[in-house]
Design a protein around this ligand. Sequence first.
Ligand SMILES: Nc1ncnc2c1ncn2[C@@H]1O[C@H](COP(=O)(O)OP(=O)(O)OP(=O)(O)O)[C@@H](O)[C@H]1O
Length: 242
Amino acid sequence: MIAFHRVSLEYPRTGTKALYNVSLEVKKGEFVFVVGHSGAGKSTLLALVHRRLIPTQGAVYFAGQNLKALRGDQVAYHRRRIGMVFQDHRLLADMTVEENLAFVLQVQGVPRKEWPERIATALRRVGLAHKKRAFPEELSVGEAQRVALARALLLDPPVILADEPTGNLDPENALQVLDILKAAHQRGATVVVATHSRELLEAYPARVVALKAGQVVRDERPGEGGSIRVREGPDRGGKEGA
Ligand SMILES: Nc1ncnc2c1ncn2[C@@H]1O[C@H](COP(=O)(O)OP(=O)(O)OP(=O)(O)O)[C@@H](O)[C@H]1O
């Protein structure tokens, strides 16, 4: 579903080498945690899949297609296949919960008669059907994040990318978010979650890819018991402690 082939990414303005020679494959229907210290390259990795960044070297493939080759409308079409969740909910403040969801359906060209059913299903999945008329500021942080998940899952995208989705949440809310991601995974989605949270890793045994200073230093599937499959590369002057 997603493949990185010797991908390096250098941010042009600062010259920061955020990823270095990363090769990685995520199969359809996998659930993967991406871990690593702050600055290790987790967000950069997800941004490459979302095609907000293009590799400096190497290639990122999505469903067999080199993302670098996408042009104009194809980029928008590509992003429609991905449900993206961030640490902050990014809901539109002047719209109610249901209006936030309807806005996505409108932008995606979904026929208006389908909206009520789709919105109801999405809110039911995150346990917030009763909050559809609330504005974001009237929600708790955990509820707002669950609405963000409802929005990301609204069109049942085949791939979900979550970048620190529980970073602002207490453990109970974090586990609710994880449950929603697990349910999407069990419905068949491929899910990649960048996280610092040990609790999440313990709550859902899944593949764990560890980044350090922009390189994959560990890639373990459940039951592999800590085998290191990818060794650290030579020191290339990466961020200390990252
Ligand atoms: N837009 C940018 N321009 C320049 N450098 C950047 C940019 N975004 C990130 N970086 C740098 O790239 C490296 C990787 O950052 P990235 O955000 O991918 O790490 P991360 O693992 O997601 O960190 P965190 O857990 O803190 O979110 C860091 O050294 C960071 O400072």
